[in-house]
Design a protein around this ligand. Sequence first.
Ligand SMILES: Cc1cc2nc3c(=O)[nH]c(=O)nc-3n(C[C@H](O)[C@H](O)[C@H](O)COP(=O)(O)OP(=O)(O)OC[C@H]3O[C@@H](n4cnc5c(N)ncnc54)[C@H](O)[C@@H]3O)c2cc1C
Ligand code: SF4
Ligand code: SF4
Ligand code: SF4
Length: 387
Amino acid sequence: MIEIVDKSKCCGCEACRSICPKKCISMQADKEGFLYPKVDLSQCVGCKLCEKVCPVLNPKYSKREPLVYAGINNDINIRLQSSSGGIFTLIAEQVIQKKGVVFGACFDEQWNVVHDYTETKEGLARFRGSKYVQSYIGDSFLQAKRFLDEGRFVLFSGTPCQIAGLKNFLRKPYQNLLTVDLVCHGVPSQKVWQKHLYELVSDAYNIKKRNLSFFFADKINSISFRSKENGWKNFSMSIFYKNENKRVIPFYNDTYMNVFLLNLSLRPCCYTCPTKLHYIQSDISLADFWGVDRLSSEIDDDKGCGLVLVNNEHVISLLKSLDCQLYEQRLNDVVKYNMNIHYSVKKPINRKFFYMILDKTNLAFAYKVSTSSAILMRIIRKIYRVL
Ligand SMILES: Cc1cc2nc3c(=O)[nH]c(=O)nc-3n(C[C@H](O)[C@H](O)[C@H](O)COP(=O)(O)OP(=O)(O)OC[C@H]3O[C@@H](n4cnc5c(N)ncnc54)[C@H](O)[C@@H]3O)c2cc1C
Ligand code: SF4
Ligand code: SF4
Ligand code: SF4
């Protein structure tokens, strides 16, 4: 039976909850807002299926190196709506054309990030664009299995740990399954995200920030973490409100993105990610082609260029049939500008402090206090080293 003793050993993929034949595992949020499995011991029959499917307990190693391409969707509108080169939409459209089903991460009515599926081309719009929040998997593993068993073609997209969880949950290979993941920086919790949104909407509507009781979800029209209004490299977080106000802030001036990129808000497991290169289980991994201006400047128009890492050579023919430009790259070159392909990010010394403060105050204050405390901690450490 699964038991979480060390939180850094659970990526929250929900494979254990999805497989349990007694339905006695529930996912419960901790103080930071991350979900962890909890077993109802009175119902558990000790079958250990939950342990068998866990991708952290059972990582799968692969020696193969991916083939790497720069990828650019020929449809400029789709590319501008996507985070990088818009290759995800092209792959998904192929699956829809074959009357398949596509799973991905989208917003629900409360602007939580959740996994869902679509069977239409129009439905893909919800999945487009990165959402820097850990998505709730819900019943999507079970739904995907049902479609696969019916013989439908399924594309499942998500973070590498979600794909590893899905593959373990399925427990056998399916010829009709295609999996796409992302080179992953890590994921903040929904709690941090909701807190940030609440603060932004209160400001936009001049509402006093006394408690979290006012309903803000219906005041937002759309959100993009990766708006290209000021360019792809200089991407912005954009929010369009129902009162026609809008907020488009470059990532380096946005508190949520600063906290994310400084690694303060990530899930404990992300600092020792169990699914970095060589433990990747997907057919294709997508990423931003950071460094394209140095490595292949002739294809860089600052409207977005993706990296496509092909982990399963069987998908090359599918890739080559897409309406896009593909340019071969060398893994060693691109890794220099995108270390997250190989390595987990570092856990900052002030992470615990950040979450502690966040519980009592707002995101902007928690960010300010914890970053200045980090400077103080570094100075104290230096003084101790000198003494
Ligand atoms: C949490 C996160 C961290 C990332 N970290 C990096 C990084 O460090 N370096 C890098 O180069 N690229 C990173 N990416 C990937 C990058 O931002 C683009 O998603 C990728 O290049 C694909 O872009 P696209 O233009 O082809 O498609 P897009 O339309 O931009 O991508 C949509 C795809 O992203 C999936 N997706 C969106 N949000 C989530 C989520 N919260 N959880 C699971 N799946 C999601 C959708 O299901 C869909 O498959 C990250 C993405 C996410 C979601
Ligand atoms: S051991 Fe079996 S019954 Fe018990 S929690 Fe795990 S999967 Fe469920
Ligand atoms: S990593 Fe996934 S399968 Fe393993 S305990 Fe956590 S939620 Fe369950
Ligand atoms: S960094 Fe690793 S553990 Fe964290 S969300 Fe991404 S794939 Fe999962």
